[in-house]
Design a protein. Structure first.
Length: 195
């Protein structure tokens, strides 16, 4: 079974939009420092890298699912050009109401990815910047890391607190034994909706 690193998108891979706003255009996609390098380190350590992201901007009509998937495909290609492989992206396009099983803090996206990609959740990590990310990771049975800035909250009782995705990957290496050699040379990219 695969060992995965589940990554939130906004606030971990790229900078968040201001409160109440969304990243809806590629020109607004500003990557966090060290993000591609961190994914590259995860690849080298043998992790299957999966982005799991709530994107209510689709439900609220700020962008279509096709536009979001196009943005995610461009994100994957950009990281690939930097030598970093994102193996799968799962997103929840729903709003808070009506409730669904995929919107974090529910673990639906992680559970679906685990079923499809044969992932061992108990050996995997959820890395996010919000309490809902940590709750989703815990509900799925993963280890958890909360990425916080200097003023950030550590609510949610993560296993580890880190200052960035790059810092998180360094901290994982302190807890993990050496892993199998990575096999990312010919993987197919997935951009998936969890419904």
């Amino acid at each position: 079974m695969k060992q995965a690193a589940f990554l939130d998108r906004d606030g971990v891979i790229n900078r968040k939009a201001p409160d109440g706003q969304y990243v809806t255009r590629w020109e607004e996609m500003e990557f966090c420092p060290g993000a591609s390098e961190a994914v590259c380190l995860l690849n080298r350590a043998g992790f299957f890298v999966v982005i799991v992201t709530n994107q209510a901007c689709v439900a609220r009509g700020f962008m279509t699912a096709a536009e979001l998937e196009s943005m995610h495909a461009r994100l994957c290609f950009t990281f690939e050009a930097a030598g970093a492989t994102i193996d799968a992206i799962y997103y929840c396009p729903h709003g808070n109401e009506p409730p669904c099983s995929c919107r974090k803090p529910k673990p639906g996206m992680l559970l679906n990815a685990a079923r499809i990609h044969n992932i061992d959740l108990a050996r995997s990590w959820m890395i996010g910047d919000s309490t809902r990310d940590i709750q989703a990771g815990r509900a799925a049975g993963c280890n958890t890391i909360r990425v916080v800035d200097d003023a950030g909250s550590t609510d949610g009782s993560p296993d580890i607190v880190a200052s960035s995705l790059f810092d998180a990957t360094s901290r994982i290496s302190l807890f993990e034994p050496p892993l199998r050699q990575p096999s990312h040379q010919s993987l197919t990219r997935y951009v998936s909706v969890t419904v």
